[in-house]
Design a protein around this ligand. Structure first.
Ligand SMILES: Cc1cc2nc3c(=O)[nH]c(=O)nc-3n(C[C@H](O)[C@H](O)[C@H](O)COP(=O)(O)O)c2cc1C
Length: 220
């Protein structure tokens, strides 16, 4: 499937149907997780049929319904950006397989969530997974000029990368990232303040790589 289509169709979903993940989709998702862990040294895990981490009982932002599956994004400490980058790679694979998702740093039951962390590792956050009651809706987005040095006449690949980055999930939709370009090379930064900005940075960099079509060669 065209990965830009996958990016456009992904929105956070917090209300899920009472249906288990299809076994074929689970094995494809596991292969992607294994590939990500091998490449990165992270310890991403898929937990299925486990209702405790997302029990109802909250109101307002971050309330979940019917979530019984989730990714645990864990790994060695100090790897926040990679946690975002590889976590989003698994999220987009899930989306491609028809599985909706929502990154969740705060609004889950941390003490109930399963998954292992080895010595020196931490659980960064989790990602709720399942078949959504709806497929979600687009988030409000900043403009290209608010998140980059883009100007008229810049290369199309740069614009395409930025547009894919603007479609990325970020914590509380903060979009606190900034891209700048020097010829063929690009720098992406996040402002130090704000929740989970390094995780966000990894997520938006993965989107940029796909949107620009230039992979990870593009970074300074
Ligand atoms: C690092 C991170 C942490 C997040 N934590 C939560 C959370 O605790 N609870 C929640 O409901 N959504 C959480 N979200 C989802 C964001 O609110 C959501 O991605 C954002 O509003 C943009 O919407 P979209 O994903 O539909 O594009 C988180 C997203 C990211 C990237």
């Amino acid at each position: 499937m065209d990965m830009m289509e996958v990016i456009r169709s992904r929105h956070s979903v917090r209300r899920f149907k009472d249906e288990p993940l299809e076994s074929g989709a689970v094995s494809l998702l596991k292969s992607e997780i294994d590939a990500c862990n091998k490449e990165s040294g992270l310890h991403i895990q898929l937990i299925t049929d486990e209702p405790e981490a997302f029990q109802a009982g909250r109101t307002g932002y971050g309330q979940f319904k019917g979530c019984r599956n989730y990714l645990v994004v864990a790994g060695p400490r100090g790897r926040d950006e990679d946690a975002g980058y590889y976590g989003e790679r698994v999220v987009l694979k899930a989306q491609e397989l028809g599985i909706n998702s929502c990154w969740v740093a705060l609004t889950y039951k941390k003490s109930k969530a399963q998954g292992e962390t080895s010595e020196g590792e931490k659980r960064y956050l989790v990602v709720a997974l399942g078949y959504g009651e709806t497929s979600g809706s687009p988030h409000r987005s900043k403009s290209l000029s608010a998140v980059s040095d883009y100007k008229a006449g810049d290369p199309q690949w740069y614009r395409d990368g930025l547009e894919a980055a603007l479609l990325a999930p970020t914590a509380v939709n903060q979009q606190r990232f900034y891209f700048s370009r020097d010829g063929e090379k690009v720098t992406a930064k996040v402002s130090g303040l704000g929740f989970y900005t390094k995780i966000d940075l990894g997520i938006v960099k993965y989107h940029f790589e796909i949107g620009s079509g230039r992979g990870n060669e593009v970074w300074v």
